[in-house]
Design a binder for this molecule. Structure first.
Ligand code: 9PG
Length: 670
């Protein structure tokens, strides 16, 4: 990897100029001097470019050209523009395709970077926002990352055929008249995990993420059709079933119109303050959905406060089109102080008067559709995010539909993929290459792809799990795969299901997520056409196998002994080293059984068997096993012994049985 040249296009007076420079060598052209530094840092280099203009000038383009030799087995991680944008590893033979023409008719281009970066679309071409990494088969990784996104979104455009990477800054609209450092990049080489720690550590020094959390949201079952009684029904069901979730969030549909946050829908006659207290009375922290930077065309705000709308050549700027609302919705102007004052008041009302503890802030990309006030789009986005943090104070923010770089370190939780849907894929939207499309397959790709962000810059929200059978076209395998992968890679585990409607089998799977524990050292590889995911929880090691394809697959577990119980519910020990046949979209999660005797070899209550056990202590023939208070399934524990014989588990006598040659196990209910 080698940066060769930088280019700056700018306008001074009425003329356009181009200045090319070599990093480390000062350069000068008409009215502009550039100093670019190459500084050695741990794992690689930091590259900066500082522009010193003689007088005011407008920037048109800044980019760097680098060489990189792509290998056929490389995996190129591309971070999509915003929360919903497909973000995953690509093989050099793949490509990122441009949005189809039909997509623009429905204003789908507004949701992504389609109007910011012209996607070339050829085989071997990819682009990634803010950072990008290339992992060789050996594990050796190169990470390129921007340390300053406020000076312009940074796009890493890879061309695997030509062995080139172009680093582009989206500086459109930037005006400068004094020296400014506009490029600040890290180019690192090493192991993937250490590079992630180095890069995100440099981006958000001292950042401490909140812990993972569980919750319920109204969207993925009721959509905009919510009411006080639906909320009440779900609160009662969760309470009756003793589901130990922390957050209960009212999603889109409580307000009269998007933008009219102080006008409540008639289906909430008791008002929002009473609603929040009802949620709190059941022991949950109340959360509320807001889309602070947009309004529906038909909203009162759009009609009465036309001056708050973002305008281009006098006309309101559409931020998208949504069939679930009244169609077109507009962006609001974050440089209008009156509007900001109004929004501040909305937050104050929701948080302090109504008493919500958490806000899900959605469609945030809309704040920065255009450069403003001599600043690039990304600076507008950064200003908007800081404003939201100030408005929310120390309450929880779940960011959604947001360019991720602007959310790093500023929100508590953040959506890291598209919306899931009660079906696996949306073939039509996939065919037009709409990378923000609502689709479970699309969501899961990003949940896996962006798993490394969890706990480093915020807590990842992979979107909800959907286990219900009604109003859901997903198969049992698809529903379990979504449940398992969200639980491995995500830090926020929400559902919208009405748990009162769960069958006992479904309830057993849902309850297996409690207690929610933090995962460590997650590593993803390919095995026999499926994903093989190794991770640890405390002292326990796990291996999950997930077949995301529509064909059968046959991954292989490493050598050793494994335990698995869900989803079927029949506990079984399996030897590694052999192929595990998986149906299309089937997944399983295995506990790697420890060699040590008198340790927990398996349990049946938890999706990650044994992670719910707090202690297992042996004293002669007496074994004491303690489990978390948040366990919600009946639990059977399996404990390995050196041979046959009688033991006491929590005071009750148990006979060790032989499961297979050399494997003696005690089995007891907890
Ligand atoms: C409420 C929803 C939920 C959901 C959010 C967001 O591409 N699109 O047209 C598109 C529309 C809606 C959407 C995502 C994408 O959903 O992610 O959780 O809060 O808004 O309206």
């Amino acid at each position: 990897m080698n940066i060769q040249k930088g280019f700056i296009r700018y306008r001074a007076g009425k003329r356009d100029y181009t200045l090319s420079f070599t990093p480390g060598v000062p350069a000068r052209a008409q009215g502009l001097e550039v100093t670019s530094e190459l500084l050695p840092v741990d794992h690689g280099w930091r590259v900066t470019a500082t522009l010193a203009p003689d007088g005011p000038l407008s920037l048109l383009d800044i980019f760097f050209e680098a060489n990189y030799r792509f290998l056929p087995d490389d995996r190129i991680f591309c971070n999509g523009f915003q929360s919903w944008t497909e973000s995953r590893e690509f093989a050099p033979g793949e490509r990122i395709r441009p949005l189809g023409r039909a997509g623009r008719v429905f204003k789908l281009d507004r949701f992504g970077d389609y109007d910011i970066y012209p996607c070339p679309g050829g085989r071997g071409t990819f682009h990634s926002h803010t950072y990008c990494s290339i992992r060789q088969k050996t594990g050796a990784t190169t990470l390129l990352g921007s340390l300053d996104e406020e000076t312009g979104y940074t796009i890493f455009a890879c061309d695997a055929k030509r062995n080139r990477i172009r680093v582009v800054k989206d500086v459109e609209g930037t005006e400068i008249s004094s020296p400014a450092t506009l490029v600040d990049l890290l180019l690192l080489q090493g192991r993937e995990d250490e590079l992630h720690s180095a890069y995100f550590g440099a981006l958000c020094p001292g950042f401490e993420a909140r812990g993972p959390a569980t919750g319920w949201t109204s969207w993925y079952h009721y959509y905009t059709d919510i009411s006080e009684s639906i909320i009440e029904e779900n609160l009662s069901a969760l309470e009756r079933e003793r589901i130990p979730i922390q957050l209960f969030q009212v999603d889109d549909g409580w307000q009269a119109a998007v933008g009219d946050w102080l006008d409540i829908k008639p289906s909430f006659p008791g008002g929002m303050e009473a609603l929040a207290s009802r949620i709190r009375d059941r022991g949950f922290r109340p959360g509320l959905w807001l889309a602070p930077f947009i309004c529906e065309k038909s909203s009162r705000l759009a009609k009465e406060r036309g001056e708050w709308l973002l305008r281009h050549e006098g006309k309101p700027v559409a931020a998208g089109w949504n069939p679930l609302w009244s169609g077109t919705f507009y962006a609001l102007d974050v440089y209008n102080d009156e509007f900001l004052y109004h929004m501040h008041n909305v937050f104050d009302t929701a948080l302090n008067r109504w008493g919500f503890d958490m806000v899900k802030l959605d469609f945030l990309y809309a704040a920065a559709l255009l450069p403003r006030n001599g600043k690039p789009r990304s600076a507008v986005m950064a200003k908007a995010m800081r404003f939201l943090r100030r408005c929310a104070g120390d309450r929880l923010i779940l960011g959604c539909g947001v360019p991720l770089g602007a959310a790093f370190g500023l929100v508590d939780y953040c959506r890291v993929g598209s919306d899931v849907a009660p079906k696996w894929e949306d073939r039509l939207l996939r065919a037009v290459n709409y990378r923000e499309r609502v689709s479970t397959a699309n969501s899961l790709a990003s949940t896996v792809g962006r798993g490394h962000l969890n706990g480093r810059v915020f807590v990842n929200d992979p979107d909800v799990v959907m286990l219900r059978r009604e109003k859901n076209a997903m198969s049992d395998d698809e529903r379990f795969t979504l449940f398992l992968l969200n639980n491995i890679f995500g830090g926020l585990i929400f559902t919208s299901d009405n748990v009162a409607h769960y069958s006992p089998d479904t309830m057993r799977i849902y309850r297996s997520l409690f207690p929610l524990r933090e995962k460590e050292g997650t590593r993803v590889s390919d095995s026999g056409g499926a994903l093989k995911i190794d991770f640890a929880i405390g002292e326990n090691r796990y291996c999950a196998l997930a077949n995301l394809s529509s064909r059968r697959s046959a991954p292989v577990l490493d050598e050793g002994l494994y335990f698995n119980a869900l989803p079927a519910g029949d506990p079984a020990f399996t030897a590694g080293g052999e192929k595990i046949p998986l149906r299309p979209r089937e997944s399983r999660c295995y506990l790697s059984v420890k060699d040590d005797f008198f340790t927990v070899s398996g349990t049946t209550a938890h999706i990650f068997p044994g992670s719910e056990i707090l202690a297992c202590v042996q004293n002669g023939d007496a074994i004491t096993v303690t489990q978390s208070d948040d366990v919600r399934n009946d639990n059977t524990v399996f404990i390995r012994t050196p041979g046959p014989g009688q033991y006491f588990i929590n005071g009750l006598p148990v006979q060790a049985g032989q499961i297979e040659e050399g494997l003696f196990v005690l089995k007891a209910s907890l």
